[in-house]
Every structure is written in C-alpha cells, then in structure tokens.
Write a protein that binds this ligand. Structure first.
Ligand code: GRG
Length: 276
C-alpha cells in the first residue's frame, strides 16, 4: 500500500494537464528511494512537527531530484540507458521529450511551493530561495559543471570534495534546511553543514557501489568508468574508500550531538544508509 507521501505525489500527478509530458513525469517520478524527502521527515519528527506540513516542499525537492537524473542520463551528459530500475526517460519516451520533462519538473517545483497552503509567505520565500540556490549555481548545477569537466586523471581530493559538496550535497542541504524554515529556526550554518556531510557520504557510497554492486542492485548502469569520470575511486582503493566512508559516518554522528532537534529519527535513517 502506498504511504501518505506517495499518495501526495499521486495527487500532484493527477492535477497535471493530461499529455505526453505528464505521462513522462509520472514515469520518471516512479521508483525513487525518496531519500531526500525522508531526511526532511526525520528532522520534522525531531522538531515535533507534523511531517505532512513538509510534503509540498519535499515533493518540490523530489521533482528537482528527478529532473536532475533525467538530464544527467541524456546522451549529452552521462548517456545512461537505465534509471530507477527501468529504461531512462529518453529511452522510454524521446530525447526531446525527456529534456522538456526535466524543464517542466524544475519549473513546477517552484510552483508547488508557491501555491502550497502549508507555509507562511516568508517560509515560502525561504524554501524557494534555497531550492534555487542549492539546486543551482551555488549547488547542484555548479557541481555538475565541475563533474563534467573533471576526469579520472586530473581529479584531486579537494576537487572531489568540491564536486560532492555541490553536485550531491546541494540537494541534501535543501533537505536539511526545509524543516528548519518550517520550524522558524535561524540555524542556517548548522543545517547546511549537516546536508554537506550527508552529501559526502552519499556520493562516496554511490561511487563505491558503482564498482562493487551489480547493475541490477543499483537500478542503473555502471557508467563512471565508461565516461572516464573522476570519482572517489580515482583516488582511493575500495578498502580505503570504505574507511573514508566510515570516518565520515563518525563525523556525522558527532555533529548530530549538537543538533537543535531530537536526532533519534535522523539517526535511524542514517543507520539505514549505512547498511544499504
Ligand atoms: C544540472 C542540467 C543539470 C543536470 C543535473 C546534478 C545532475 C545533473 C545529476 C545528478 C546525478 C547524480 C548521479 C548525482 C549524484 C547524486 C546521486 C547519487 C543521485 C542519485 O540519487 P538516489 O540514489 O536516486 O537517491 P533515486 O533514484 O533513489 O532518487
């Protein structure tokens, strides 16, 4: 049975104009792990807030996550044929349709927050600004630029961390900031650093799994080597990278000791991340 957030996504999908783009959005949104929304819900619980209040912002973030994957899979980017365990959008539909479906998801993400009845005007401005900032040139888009212009031979640890903080950490920063805005807290630095740290771990794990897990388990093809991408495995052996990831988890746990919310729910999610 679908959980409440999945039903919220369905309600959004059912509100869209029936056309090929809507079919493509429905196809692309299906099958994600919803890890970024789940971070939001864990922090909401830790702040003793009803997680439903965050659903529109979480939906917007998941829409931006989905657009980024659609565009990342395009022939001009990673050229991946599989995503979320099925043919990537440009394979299942058409390349031109995939491009504008990504565009539409990005546009509509801002509209979903702007039209939400869950947030005060100031809270909407804060959430929309964070989405624009950290999914854009102060986050994911900048990270993607660094990523597509880096290669296996020229990557350094500093460059790798900069890519991870922006490309992957950008959306995790938003996950952590959304509950902060909803709660009306003023702790931007704490929540941004929390998202950054989760981003490092998530991306290092992704690079590791790209090598050691099967394509079936990953739900996508192993394209980093094919594309001569600079990844953590350009710099570390598998065992070294596992150690780096363990140290990053330790740092995350010690950071959570100063959390301005009850971290018990986020820790549960982080444990699931550790054991995935
Ligand atoms: C900015 C034009 C433009 C395109 C965006 C940033 C980007 C391109 C793509 C990101 C692709 C990527 C592999 C990012 C690293 C983070 C990562 C591992 C994403 C996959 O996230 P999961 O595993 O995926 O949470 P699901 O499908 O579960 O949502």
């Amino acid at each position: 049975m679908k959980n409440e957030f999945e039903k919220h996504i369905d309600n959004y999908l059912n509100s869209l104009r029936p056309c090929m783009i809507t079919d493509a959005i429905r196809y692309a949104m299906d099958g994600g792990k919803r890890f970024r929304p789940r971070i939001i819900f864990s922090i909401m619980k830790g702040l003793s807030l009803d997680e439903k209040l965050s659903y529109d912002a979480a939906l917007a973030l998941e829409m931006i996550q989905t657009y980024s994957l659609i565009h990342d899979d395009l022939p001009a980017m990673d050229n991946d044929d599989m995503r979320r365990g099925k043919p990537s959008l440009h394979k299942a539909f058409r390349e031109d349709v995939a491009i504008i479906t990504g565009d539409e998801l990005l546009n509509d993400a801002f509209k979903v927050v702007a039209q939400s009845s869950s947030y005060s005007p100031q809270c909407k401005v804060n959430i929309i600004s964070a989405l624009g900032k950290y999914a854009g040139l102060d986050g994911m888009v900048y990270g993607q630029l660094l990523d597509i212009t880096s290669d296996n031979d020229s990557i350094t640890i500093d460059k790798l961390k900069e890519i991870q903080e922006n490309k992957t950490g950008g959306l995790f920063k938003i996950s952590c900031l959304i509950p902060m805005y909803i709660a009306g807290l003023d702790k931007e630095e704490y929540f941004t650093n929390l998202g950054k740290q989760i981003g490092y771990i998530f991306q290092n794990q992704d690079d590791l799994f790209d090598l050691i897990k099967s394509e079936e388990e990953m739900g996508k093809l192993h394209s980093d080597v094919k594309n001569n991408k600079g990844t953590a495995l350009s710099l570390y052996s598998v065992d070294e990278l596992k150690k780096v990831i363990d140290e990053e988890f330790d740092e995350l746990y010690s950071y959570l000791e100063d959390a301005p919310f009850d971290p018990v729910y986020l820790k549960e999610l982080i444990e699931a991340l550790r054991n995935r």
